[in-house]
Design a binder for this molecule. Structure first.
Ligand SMILES: Cc1ncc(COP(=O)(O)O)c(C=O)c1O
Length: 451
């Protein structure tokens, strides 16, 4: 039986403070209350169905209520819901770590669990920092405690904990916290630009210059590989990643790849860095790790990093970090089932023609009068709206938001990034639903921007 929508909407408005949401707007809006999901569809308390066009914030992989994941969680639940990883191990945690090491680029042999994308990055930052504080007596001749800073990219988004915010660069989200954050060096993201084919090379020069000047202070470089998600689906190349890997190797810096959004098939390969054929020092994973079921994150690193933390307890080289629900067993069980499905259902193989279909379907969006750019990497799409395809809309018009509301009326849930319409369907979506998404978004953009 369906719940009473008005009740839950009212209760929500009374008590819930929603993330990244202007609540004065929320309080006067008609809001959906989702009650169930099945495959790529979500159903609200009124019984209306919607395609989940952003994979419940970029994390759903094989659809909702996927039998194998549901069963894996139930099976684990019969044994135990939670046991700590501080001083104890558990079965699904050990098994999942083994599987992740197997799946990740060669050389990443250690898995540190946490609970969200933000904490996966926070862990990498703290480990990278601490690594340099502790390496001086471990084979490195010079003392390297000066290496405390990070090189990051303009408009980066790495999450909302303060370390992750420090290495982020989205003014709207981050500027208010500036006094609480640590300083970083920042260069522009090496976005692939149609108006400047040398742009990437210019950014490479800037990175090299910064390293020459500040290399002695730099602990690590942090980047979202191939796609900057929250910045509006900005694309960069595998070549740039190979460049970063080379300069890090040459100048003794650690490389942190934030694959929270790009991991688990989103860019067409299991991990984005595999398209560049590189192994970073840290690989940050979350979102799709559990197929979009439960909060779990993992920061993978090398033996080289790991060894700098070994010693007698009194040496205080321990990585003093860990959350209560770090590596929760139910979440690990979901993640194991998620990875099994990738193999059994050949998810990545089946994804390729859908990526093509998406690319073909998107070409006509470029011809819309008020679309400035269409960006796609695998199953990550950003459609940038602009007046006459050139001039940004005034922010108060909230064009992206309006297009998404229109799409919702037509049975599709999407969420914009400013005036960039984001499409990120579950990888398992069938072609007819993918075509439906394209149709709805096309019509919604036309109706909102051309009226
Ligand atoms: C690249 C990237 N890093 C980190 C995060 C933060 O992840 P979470 O929201 O799970 O903390 C996000 C979230 O969108 C992301 O896109």
């Amino acid at each position: 039986m369906l719940s009473d929508k008005r009740d839950y909407e009212a209760i929500d408005k009374l008590y819930v403070w929603h993330p990244f949401t202007q609540m004065s707007d929320w309080e006067v809006s008609d809001n959906l209350v989702i009650e169930s999901g099945n495959g790529v569809y979500l159903r609200d308390t009124q019984g209306r169905e919607y395609i989940d066009g952003v994979s419940s914030l970029w994390c759903n992989v094989h659809g909702h209520r996927k039998k194998a994941i549901d069963e894996a969680i139930r099976k684990q639940l019969k044994k135990m819901a939670h046991s700590t990883m501080l001083g104890l191990a558990h079965v699904p945690g050990a098994e999942l770590a083994e599987r992740l090491v197997d799946l990740a680029p060669e050389g990443l042999h250690k898995v540190f669990y946490s609970d969200s994308g933000s904490t996966a990055v926070e862990v990498a930052l703290k480990m990278a920092y601490q690594f340099w504080q502790q390496t001086s007596d471990r084979g490195v001749k010079r003392k390297l405690t000066t290496k405390t800073k990070f090189l990051t990219f303009g408009n980066a988004y790495h999450g909302d904990t303060l370390g992750s915010v420090s290495v982020g660069g989205i003014e709207l989200f981050h500027k208010v916290y500036r006094p609480l954050l640590f300083d970083v060096y920042r260069v522009p993201y090496p976005e692939i630009r149609s108006d400047d084919s040398d742009y990437e090379s210019k950014i490479m020069e800037q990175v090299e210059k910064r390293i020459i000047i500040s290399g002695h202070e730099l602990a690590a470089i942090v980047i979202e590989p191939l796609v900057q998600g929250a910045a509006g689906m900005r694309l960069s190349s595998p070549r740039f990643l190979r460049f970063l890997s080379r300069v890090c190797e040459k100048h003794g810096l650690l490389l942190i790849l934030d694959e929270v959004a790009t991991g688990f098939g989103r860019t067409g390969s299991m991990f984005a860095c595999q398209q560049a054929g590189i192994t970073p020092d840290f690989l940050c994973l979350a979102k799709g790790l559990t197929g979009g079921y439960l909060p779990l994150a993992a920061t993978l690193t090398t033996d080289y990093v790991y060894k700098a933390f070994l010693g007698a307890p009194a040496e205080e080289l321990t990585f003093f970090h860990g959350h209560t629900y770090t590596g929760n067993p139910l979440a690990c069980a979901a993640a194991l089932a998620n990875l099994d499905i990738f193999v059994k259902e050949k998810t990545l193989v089946k994804l390729q023609p859908k990526i093509e279909l998406l690319a073909t379907g998107l070409t006509k969006f470029e011809r819309l009068s008020h679309v400035k750019a269409v960006r796609q990497c695998g199953f990550m799409v950003g459609i940038e709206l602009a007046q006459d395809g050139a001039k940004p809309y005034p922010a108060q018009m909230r064009m992206g938001h309006q297009v998404c509301l229109r799409a919702r009326q037509k049975g599709l849930i999407i969420r914009p990034l400013g005036d960039v319409i984001v499409l990120m369907p579950p990888l398992s979506i069938h072609t007819q639903d993918l075509k439906k998404i394209l149709k709805i978004v096309y019509e919604s953009i036309r109706e909102v921007t051309e009226n």
